[in-house]
Design a protein around this ligand. Structure first.
Ligand code: UGY
Ligand code: MN
Length: 244
């Protein structure tokens, strides 16, 4: 049955829900045997870009003048700076400073990449390449709620101008309040699903969906179903609102 033009995808001035049925693939400059699905970009009102890379075997992406945060969704991805090569498997991640680095995959793989121009901060040194693995990070209950765990993937260091966390909700758990804040978010739903309030609308959100929340977009999530829900969340962080 044809969907007769129906989709859950919606783009609004302060938020967007983008569902896999509407994803369009295109190669970005520097990519070989790889394509991108661009989820968030300045064209929509975001101050960062976030895209999924789908690698063929021996696929690669080019270098970037922006800092990158890369999280592996499927397969294995190799990242290398000036010295060492690191192999990342599912739920492994890397911070890549601007400049020369290589990102490649020996097998069919998928990763999500966040890119943002680095905003320096006096008294700190720009961060260096590092890698991590999400399952190895201890979960912290959000405001004492043990049904909602936060894992902080980027170190608590003012040198970083953004944060990336995972939030894991047990079925029925929810954010404790409607948040309205100056930071914007890029969100990839990794597991489960529920109801996301964005602005004045309530959306069904399930694994595979991408959400952009602009500055001050009212936001709230409640997890539904019988399995935990989990999302990967970017936010700008650690900088004065007038800094650039
Ligand atoms: O950290 C956050 O701002 C987070 N609690 N927001 C969200 O999950 N929409
Ligand atoms: Mn938030």
């Amino acid at each position: 049955m044809h969907n007769l033009g129906y989709t859950r995808s919606s783009w609004q001035v302060d938020h967007a829900l983008l569902t896999p049925d509407t994803f369009i693939r295109a190669s970005l400059p520097g990519m070989k045997k790889a394509t991108a699905i661009v989820h968030a970009a300045p064209a929509m009102g975001a101050a960062f870009t976030e895209y999924t890379v789908e690698f063929e075997a021996d696929g690669r992406i080019g270098p970037s003048q922006n800092q990158r945060f890369l999280y592996v969704l499927e397969g294995t991805v190799d990242v290398a700076g000036k010295q060492k090569k690191h192999r990342l498997s599912k739920d492994g991640y890397a911070y890549l400073p601007p400049g020369d680095h290589t990102v490649s995959a020996r097998e069919i793989s998928r990763a999500i990449v966040i890119e943002k121009e680095y905003v320096p901060l006096k008294g700190t040194h720009p961060p260096k390449l590092f890698i991590g693995s999400e399952p190895a990070i201890p979960g912290q209950p959000l405001l004492g709620d043990t049904t909602l765990e936060v894992r902080t993937l980027v170190p608590a260091d003012m040198a970083f101008d953004f944060a990336v966390n995972t939030l894991t909700f047990q079925p029925g758990a929810s954010l404790p309040m409607v948040e309205v804040h100056v930071m914007e978010h890029g969100l990839l739903m990794l597991e489960g699903g529920g109801i996301y309030r964005l602005g004045e609308s309530w959306y069904q959100a399930v694994a595979g969906d991408f959400i952009w929340m602009g500055p001050y977009c009212p936001q709230w999530f409640g997890a539904l179903g019988k399995v935990p829900s989990k999302y990967l969340l970017y936010k700008d962080w650690n900088r004065h609102p007038l800094a650039r």
